[in-house]
Design a protein. Structure first.
Length: 223
């Protein structure tokens, strides 16, 4: 419970046994529900997550977006906060993101990984790809969004019923931001966090996911 509102944290995980432990040991006390959505990990992700206090949901259908939708259906907090299970997003930022979310009276707060302060956290190629995707989204939706691909968000659970979320894959991250902008772009904000290098193996395929996400943006805007 934080200032009278219940808090759910959701983490999609695919083989993140190292990262998930680090994230869960740093979870703030005021978080009421921690959900780890495991998509058939072949390592100890589920066991570690349970041991460190999370509720584990198994989702057999693969995909980053798919697992978020399953997590949302099981979430009961007034406010939902998301982050990766790889410990690249700082759990310590949850408290100030929440405070900013309430203070700014927005419906959706996006944690921006930029400027990147830890040089090893993001390669130049990823940095350029992120910039292109964020610029494309900003132009298509006429709102400045610095990090369209961030995986850390804070939002009121109640806005989910007003969103149309179709992507089951990595494009889910930009889709939820687009839907939030469409609901009310004046109630969307961004705040910088310290992004660091992930533990374990990266699941993103930069060329495949990058190009697909660009195509998805165009499709969503003009269909
Ligand atoms: N449940 C589930 N989680 C996934 C899947 N693909 C990626 N993830 C998780 O989603 C998060 C983001 O993936 P990651 O490789 O870190 O991509 P990046 O942060 O965009 O570089 C990590 O916690 C992954 O374990 C999937 O198919 N299913
Ligand atoms: Mg990650």
């Amino acid at each position: 419970m934080y200032k009278g509102q219940t808090i759910t944290v959701i983490m999609p995980c695919l083989n993140e046994e190292q990262g998930v432990e680090q994230v869960l040991t740093r979870m703030p006390e005021f978080v009421d529900q921690v959900l780890v959505v495991d998509n058939g990990s072949t390592d100890q992700t589920s066991e570690v997550a349970r041991r460190f206090g999370a509720q584990v949901i198994r989702e057999d259908a693969r995909g980053y977006g798919r697992s978020y939708k399953t997590g949302f259906a099981a979430a009961c907090g007034d406010i939902i906060i998301t982050l990766d299970g790889d410990h690249s997003y700082p759990p310590d930022a949850i408290s100030y993101l929440l405070e900013a979310f309430i203070h700014l009276r927005v419906d959706f707060l996006n944690a921006s990984r930029f400027p990147v302060r830890d040089g090893s956290a993001m390669s130049f190629k990823h940095w350029v790809g992120n910039l292109i995707l964020s610029l494309a989204m900003s132009v298509l939706y006429l709102t400045w969004v610095r990090d369209s691909q961030s995986g850390m968000w804070v939002f009121h659970r109640s806005i989910l019923s007003k969103m149309t979320l179709e992507s089951d894959g990595m494009a889910f991250s930009e889709e939820i931001k687009i839907e939030a902008l469409k609901l009310n772009r004046h109630r969307f904000a961004e705040l910088s966090i310290l992004y660091s290098s992930r533990l374990g193996e990266i699941k993103l395929n930069p060329w495949r996911d990058g190009l697909y996400n660009l195509w998805f943006l165009l499709k969503k805007r003009f269909s």
